[in-house]
Design a protein around this ligand. Structure first.
Ligand code: UT7
Length: 313
């Protein structure tokens, strides 16, 4: 018995903001954004939708797909750096709204790597049989902390949520290996400024870190799983910048069609980007039973995380 994914769901706000829309409110261009990042448009949530609302919609979809009842969920983990409020946590709000009456609940704060931290944490509880069913959500309303006067960051992010319901699957399937890491000395490169409440980033430094870390983490996680890059069927990288994602793909020597690519229409959804991409690939029928999937993310902290898993129950 091993921990695997039983159901997946996503939620994206309806409002689409294109690069051309941004050209009208700041000194930027569609051409710059597309060529430097791969982003063409993003979804932004209105005032009537907060982080917990997006988390709820994605969770309902994941729970439905899994066939698990809300009252059978043992633990809810929500990865976010943009909670509705510092406490109660988004996970507690979800616990009530979903009717997951038996579930313990906590938020995980590991920025864009948060969903990787969530999956690896959930696997420990399931494999040691402490818990059977765990809901893991990656969700961000980054528009709440975006500095719309800073073109270096404002063009990059989008709002959204992705969720998975994890539980026991048959041997050989599910999570095969993980790596989590942090380098607090790089915290100064990506943080929320507590004075004005907005995100600050040294893009170039984060870029260099990400290119190195994404590729290295993929290789190490495969080694831990006893696999080789030739075994990989699908790469789901954190959707931060197409150039960073491409570096990871090339490191694994995968053809372009074997890498998730939602950044074009959603931008960088931070902790939500990997589960949203997973949901999209499943909807598109691109992931098949027994496929080996590598997920990898990095973010503020600095943090990173990678997971190798074999799809199926
Ligand atoms: O989720 C994890 C968090 N973040 C990331 O993964 C981001 C990692 N970093 C990146 O993706 C890239 O560093 C950026 C996309 C943020 C920036 O790309 P870059 O190729 O590193 O550009 P740069 O920061 O070196 O800036 C190049 C030029 C600058 O102009 P000068 O100084 O050369 O005249 C910037 O002022 O591009 C300018 N620039 C822009 N121009 C038009 C920066 N932002 C914009 C913009 N529109 N939005």
């Amino acid at each position: 018995m091993n921990a695997g994914i039983l159901g997946v769901g996503k939620y994206l706000p309806e409002r689409i903001v294109t690069n051309v829309d941004l050209e009208k409110i700041m000194d930027t261009s569609d051409e710059w954004i597309r060529t430097r990042t791969g982003i063409e448009e993003r979804r932004l949530a209105g005032d009537d939708i907060d982080t917990s609302d997006m988390a709820y919609h994605a969770s309902v979809a994941a729970i439905e797909q899994s066939g698990v009842k809300p009252e059978e969920i043992d633990l809810i983990l929500v990865a976010t750096v943009t909670p509705d409020q510092s406490f109660p946590t988004v996970s507690c709000m979800l616990q009530e709204r979903l009717g997951a009456t038996k579930a313990a609940a906590m938020d995980i704060s590991a920025a864009c790597a948060g969903f990787m931290y969530g999956l690896a944490t959930a696997q420990q509880f399931i494999n040691n049989k402490a818990y059977k069913h765990i809901l893991i959500v990656g969700v961000e309303k980054l528009s709440k902390i975006t500095n719309w006067e800073d073109r270096n960051t404002a063009v990059l992010f989008g709002d959204g949520a992705g969720a998975v319901l994890m539980g026991p699957v048959s041997d050989g399937k599910g999570l095969l290996a993980f790596e989590l890491g942090a380098d607090g000395s790089g915290g100064k490169h990506l943080y929320k400024d507590m004075e004005n409440g907005t995100l600050v980033m040294n893009g170039r430094e984060v870029f260099k870190f990400a290119v190195r870390q994404m590729g290295d983490t993929c290789i190490r996680v495969l080694e831990k799983a006893g696999l080789d890059k030739t075994d990989v069927d699908y790469l789901i990288p954190h959707q931060a910048n197409l150039r960073i994602m491409e570096a990871a793909r090339q490191r694994l020597e995968l053809p372009p069609e074997k890498m998730s690519h939602t950044i074009r229409k959603y931008g960088n959804n931070s902790a939500a980007s990997i589960p949203i991409a997973l949901a999209e690939e499943l909807e598109a029928g691109k992931i098949k039973d027994n496929d080996v999937i590598v997920m990898v993310g990095f973010g503020g902290g600095l943090t990173w995380g990678g997971i190798a898993l074999r799809w199926g129950v």
